[in-house]
Design a protein around this ligand. Structure first.
Ligand code: FPP
Length: 253
């Protein structure tokens, strides 16, 4: 399997009266997949694959920022990933911790934002403190925003939003429900929907990632394993996205 279409830049969206797709997409979302297989191919423990995957995230986030993408959202740890061996979970938590410590410095230097999406309440306390710290730093800036999904599940996000809305409704703080209103109860409140969702690693499914937000996203699947993913793969994905005909349920005029 490979990217499905060739590198054709098209302005069809603009002609259709839909949003322009000139320039970079505003929001790219990525399911980080293939770390374990990358490590296995090299005779390394799975945790080495996650360490390589964290480095890839760092490179790709910098690249996205440099080309003018406004938001990059990655699926780092799902609500289902707790089923993995304890040793692997601890290694991922350590990597996330290390990344957030370093991110605090980078955020101040580059005036960028980092948000963690997901239920932080059951995460290790040090990680929770770092999440609060990055949230506080983010409030000061309005540049590029990286969103890291940790203990995140799309269905869980929707159920939590429904519960919060129901409470607000019962307390008289919320009235009629619209799609837009419901969106304001999600972890992703205030973040535009992803234009593209990329899944490296060869699987062709969303695996409970941004299932509300990705309703109209262009989905791009590739066999490249996440640690091998490069800026060229981002370029290919953007070219593929630009070649598609985004009609949002409308028709061509
Ligand atoms: C999926 O690959 C990857 C994960 C569940 C973990 C991703 C986490 C990181 C890269 C750690 C740090 C992240 C950031 C953002 C700093 P897999 O293990 O399912 O791979 P496989 O399908 O080949 O087994």
């Amino acid at each position: 399997m490979s990217f499905l279409k060739s590198n054709i830049f098209s302005k069809r969206d603009k002609k259709n009266g839909g949003p322009s797709i000139e320039g970079p997409p505003r929001h790219i979302a990525i399911i980080l997949d293939g770390n374990g297989r990358w490590a296995k191919k090299r005779g390394l423990p799975r945790t080495a694959g996650h360490a390589a995957g964290a480095e890839t995230f760092r490179r790709i986030a910098t690249y996205c920022k440099d080309i003018g993408v406004e938001y990059l959202t990655v699926y780092a740890f799902s609500t289902e990933n707790w089923k993995r061996p304890e040793e692997e979970i601890s290694a991922i938590m350590r990597l996330l911790n290390k990344y957030l410590v370093e991110a605090c410095e980078t955020m101040e230097k580059d005036k960028i934002r980092l948000k963690v999406l997901g239920d932080a309440s059951i995460l290790p306390s040090e990680l929770r403190e770092l999440i609060s710290k990055t949230a506080a730093i983010s409030k000061k800036y309005d540049g590029f925003q990286a969103n890291v999904c940790i203990n995140y599940g799309g269905r869980d996000e929707i159920v939590r939003a429904a519960i919060k809305y129901a409470k607000d409704f019962a307390d008289g703080r919320a009235k009629d429900l619209t799609e837009e209103k419901f969106g304001s109860y999600l972890y992703s409140a205030g973040i535009p929907d992803p234009d593209i969702v990329i899944r490296p690693g060869g699987e062709i499914r969303l695996s409970n990632f941004l299932i509300w937000e990705a309703a109209y996203s262009e989905l791009i699947f590739t066999d490249v394993l996440w640690p091998d993913f490069t800026s060229k793969d981002i370029d290919k994905a953007i070219a593929e996205y630009k070649s598609r005909d985004r009609r949002y349920g409308g028709i061509k005029v």
